[in-house]
Design a protein around this ligand. Structure first.
Ligand SMILES: *[C@@H]1O[C@H](CO)[C@@H](O)[C@H](O)[C@H]1NC(C)=O
Ligand SMILES: *[C@@H]1O[C@H](CO)[C@@H](O)[C@H](O)[C@H]1NC(C)=O
Ligand SMILES: *[C@@H]1O[C@H](CO)[C@@H](O)[C@H](O)[C@H]1NC(C)=O
Ligand SMILES: *[C@@H]1O[C@H](CO)[C@@H](O)[C@H](O)[C@H]1NC(C)=O
Ligand SMILES: *[C@@H]1O[C@H](CO)[C@@H](O)[C@H](O)[C@H]1NC(C)=O
Length: 283
């Protein structure tokens, strides 16, 4: 009995009499394979066709979907640690040297020589518009020079340690890029202001901004995107802490002021703002 069952199983796998493998002849198997082959080629073809049609409708130079009123975030350099905490000791070179190095690296594309090579001298205080005319793309688009020397005492040129050594550190702020954004209305440029959180107001001391008034000149807007405007240099604002209380934590918040950029909206509490903690030890 057991032997018979065994035979039946074997015969199912390979039946020498009918020349069937797993119950099918070679030609039957062949047809099945052929069917699936054609089927999958067809599916792949459909996929490629759909992709192709989709990609045709995308413009290389402009995102198809973008929030209409996205408020840009702000970031600082040097970043400090992951909590935006910048701590160092003026007595210990190795504790602040890395901040100076970070800024050197960050600012090197802003060297005047590099800017002159890449970018235009633009007319200040007005938008640098380079619209496409209908279907005719006005590409590539030029960008405006942002010379490192604009940052003056925070440029790392007159003071290669950016004030860190003497306890008057510079922090550099940039506004994240938003394609097509025209910040400021009626010819008023957006500007950055920094202040201490409530409990630290006594400790922040006097601030100095570069460029003066902490403005982002209107000529750096609008931004047309990475592909259309390859050499774009984001404008920067540096803030120097001239008399900050040492040996204590100071909580600082900087924000963008523009008459058409809402800050700290419901949707994004951090829009247009950045907070960080500065602690300068001297002992
Ligand atoms: C930028 O300028 C600084 C000093 O002015 C120099 O040390 C640095 O090598 C320059 N960087 C580039 C990329 O040219
Ligand atoms: C940037 O610096 C270069 C050389 O120092 C100068 O020729 C150029 O006019 C400056 N650009 C702007 C926009 O100030
Ligand atoms: C970008 O900069 C390079 C030099 O670094 C220059 O040759 C090129 O023309 C610039 N392109 C645009 C679109 O400004
Ligand atoms: C800075 O702002 C003050 C007052 O708003 C203005 O009088 C002054 O011209 C501004 N300075 C610069 C360099 O924009
Ligand atoms: C610096 O700040 C201290 C208080 O923290 C104050 O007593 C001193 O007058 C300030 N110095 C200057 C030059 O503003």
């Amino acid at each position: 009995m057991a032997k018979d069952g065994d035979n039946g199983w074997k015969e199912y796998v390979w039946n020498p009499r009918t020349r069937e493998f797993l119950g099918r002849t070679a030609s039957s198997w062949g047809l099945i394979l052929l069917f699936y082959l054609v089927f999958y080629i067809f599916l792949a073809g459909m996929f490629c066709l759909t992709m192709y049609v989709m990609l045709q409708t995308l413009d290389d130079h402009k995102p198809k979907w973008q929030d209409r009123l996205s408020t840009p975030g702000m970031v600082i350099r040097p970043k400090g640690d992951e909590y935006y905490q910048i701590t160092y000791n003026t007595q210990k070179t190795e504790s602040w040297d890395m901040y100076a190095q970070t800024l050197d690296k960050f600012l090197s594309p802003y060297n005047n020589t590099a800017q002159v090579e890449k970018n235009n001298v633009c007319k200040p205080d007005e938008y640098f518009q380079q619209e496409d005319s209908g279907e005719v793309k006005n590409n590539p688009k030029r960008s405006c020079q942002f010379n490192r020397t604009i940052l003056d005492e925070c440029s790392g040129i007159t003071d290669r340690y950016y004030g860190y050594q003497e306890g008057k550190p510079c922090i550099i702020i940039k506004l994240n890029r938003v394609i097509g954004m025209l910040p400021g209305k009626d010819g008023q440029a957006p500007f950055v202001t920094c202040g201490a959180k409530k409990e630290d107001t006594e400790k922040i001391g006097e601030l100095q901004y570069f460029p003066p008034n902490g403005t982002f000149n209107l000529m750096y807007y609008p931004y047309y995107g990475k592909k259309a405007q390859v050499n774009y240099s984001q404008p920067l604002v540096a803030v120097k802490f001239l008399n900050i209380t040492t040996n204590e934590d100071v909580n600082i918040e900087c924000r963008i002021n523009a008459n058409n950029i809402p800050t700290g909206s419901e949707r994004d509490k951090w829009a247009g703002r950045v907070s960080f903690k500065l602690r300068i030890n001297t002992i």
